[in-house]
Design a binder for this molecule. Structure first.
Ligand SMILES: [Ca+2]
Length: 194
């Protein structure tokens, strides 16, 4: 079981101001991730999402179509909602969102992640990819990837809310970062949240 709340991407300009803002994840003016705290929840007919509700703007990718991905208001780090992923052995599950960025810019990616009894060699983390074009954005009709970005530290086992961060340096030809909170091959049992 994995809960991810508060995906935040900030331009690294004045370092002093970032330090003061890094502890929150919702309603931050400098957060470039749309709906980064999963607080805007909308109805969906996409059956990748359990319960018919999803966080606006976010996609879900289920390798085996068996994981349970849902918005929950039962456990959250800030605001009122988080996203919960449950999966069984051998499955892989990810969320995704595309964020416009400035070519050549530097950004700090922050994510709050909580895990429960995760058994996974690949772990739970946020992976990033740089794109020149993303289908459906700014008139593009196909994805054109530039390269892989860094990933946050991989988590397994049981962890209370943990802030994971990494710095991204955008390649000169990239215009978007795709952020993918990812539950790599492994399992998380079905159980009660604490
Ligand atoms: Ca939230």
């Amino acid at each position: 079981m994995v809960l991810i709340v508060g995906m935040m991407l900030q331009a690294l300009v004045p370092v002093q101001s970032l330090v003061a803002k890094v502890s929150a994840d919702d309603g931050i003016e400098s957060n470039l991730v749309p709906n980064g705290g999963f607080e805007v929840v909308v109805p969906t007919t996409d059956n990748s999402w359990i319960g018919g509700m999803k966080p606006e703007g976010w996609g879900a990718w289920l390798a085996l179509q068996k994981a349970e991905v849902s918005v929950t208001d039962a456990v959250y780090h800030s605001g009122a909602y988080s996203v919960q992923i449950k999966q069984k052995a051998g499955d892989r599950t990810g969320l995704s969102i595309n964020v416009p960025v400035s070519a050549g810019g530097s950004y700090r990616l922050s994510a709050w992640i909580k895990t429960e009894d995760v058994v996974s060699s690949g772990g739970v983390f946020v992976r990033t990819n740089f794109y020149k074009n993303v289908s459906g954005m700014d008139g593009a009709t196909k994805d054109e990837k530039v390269g892989d970005g860094p990933a946050t530290n991989k988590m397994a086992g049981t962890n209370d809310w943990t802030l994971q961060e990494t710095i991204l340096s955008v390649p000169a030809e990239a215009r978007y970062i795709r952020l993918e909170p990812f539950f790599e091959t492994g399992q998380g049992p079905y159980g009660l949240m604490t």
